[in-house]
Design a protein around this ligand. Structure first.
Ligand code: NAD
Length: 333
């Protein structure tokens, strides 16, 4: 059965992979994206596919949103500002896009009587966890405004289920990576940083001693979780989506191959992220398919994408993360 799907933030990294999969499965897809961090190039290869409609617009704008929701049956809500450092420097736009934007999407979904809404939540809500692998029941401890806004929005999503019966599911993603991962001017996810450095023949800037581990989850596995959640009859559920393992930054460097230079460890960052995926395995029969080694190899195959990305050096990283150290590292009374 095919459905009319709406993907908010569909021109972003994860969104463009989801759009491709939905079109491949024969669904009609509408994208709403304001291209604040998303790129038209991410959808360029899909431009001529029948069934794709792209609306350039802000989810906080009622007219654009109403147009996007026309006929929507499945809603995948990914639109958000997703960088850490800018959220510390300028939290208000993060609140607007991530919290107010989600509220607008929920109200539009309620009015449209959609079949299912799937929210792209973030495992950053766990902050620095005590339990590994970390289950959905772990305490919520956002460490910076991005994590806070994503979690407040998740609470709205669950509340709209509880109060209005909106058939909504929240997927908490761990570190998602894959082709077309963001390359914006902001210092961010380790893959983009390392691949641009590899292309430029510069050393990899490893944070701390590189023994910290991350639950790196390949983007097509994340897309599969979205699809299974939309097809399911689940509602009011929060599910972790992770790789089932946790890999060190040193292992990533080993797979990529190259020189290393160390930069200071940042306050508020966990030594480990590792999601417990028992619940999603039980509820949706979902499991990751791409191994870390395979995923890294695919990134390297598409390394040219990072040709225009900023090449970070220890000096530019110090500058870019000054506010991170200033606010998160400060002793609080
Ligand atoms: P991304 O920045 O590539 O995608 C976000 C998209 O939303 C962009 O295309 C951007 O232009 C769009 N957008 C932002 N504000 C908007 C607004 N007001 N109106 C319309 N569009 C707007 O980020 P991504 O990595 O693809 O993340 C997608 C979602 O998944 C986000 O909600 C993010 O919080 C969540 N997530 C990502 C990860 C990860 O590791 N990448 C982990 C956990 C959660």
């Amino acid at each position: 059965m095919t459905n009319r799907a709406l993907v908010t933030g569909g021109a972003g990294f994860i969104g463009c992979h989801l759009v491709e999969r939905l079109l491949d499965d024969g669904h009609e897809v509408t994208v709403i994206d304001d291209f604040s961090t998303g790129r038209p190039e991410n959808l360029a290869h899909l431009r001529d596919r029948p069934g794709l409609r792209v609306i350039e617009g802000d989810i906080c704008e009622p007219d654009a949103l109403a147009k996007a929701f026309d006929g929507a049956e499945w809603v995948f809500h990914l639109a958000a500002l997703a960088d850490i450092v800018p959220s510390i420097q300028a939290p208000v736009p993060y609140h607007r896009a991530n919290v107010e934007g989600t509220l607008a999407v929920l109200e539009a979904a309620r009015a449209a009587g959609v079949k299912r809404l799937v929210y792209a939540a973030s495992s950053s809500c766990y902050g620095v966890p005590d339990v590994f692998p970390t289950p959905e029941s772990a305490p919520i401890r956002p460490m910076y405004p991005y994590a806070l806004t994503k979690n407040i929005a998740e609470q709205y999503v669950m509340h709209w289920h509880q109060t209005y019966g909106l058939p909504a599911v929240s997927l908490r993603f761990f570190n998602v990576y894959g082709p077309r991962a963001r390359t914006s001017g902001t210092y961010g996810a380790v893959f983009g940083v390392f691949l641009a450095q590899k292309l430029a023949g510069r050393p990899f800037t490893v944070v701390g001693d590189g023994t910290q581990t991350r639950d790196f989850t390949f983007v097509t596995d994340v897309v599969e979780a979205f699809i299974l959640a939309a097809r399911s009859d689940l509602a009011g559920e929060i599910l972790n989506v992770g790789s089932g393992d946790s890999y060190s930054v040193n292992r990533l460097v080993e797979l990529l191959g190259g020189e290393v230079i160390y930069v200071p460890k940042r306050p508020g960052e966990p030594d480990r992220t590792w999601g417990d995926t028992t619940r999603i395995e039980e509820r949706l029969g979902w499991g990751p398919k791409i191994t870390f080694e395979e995923g890294v190899a695919r990134m390297v195959e598409e390394i040219e994408y990072w040709r225009e990305a900023p090449v970070w050096t220890p000096e530019t990283i110090v500058e870019a993360t000054a506010d991170w150290f200033r606010y998160l590292g400060a002793a609080k009374p």
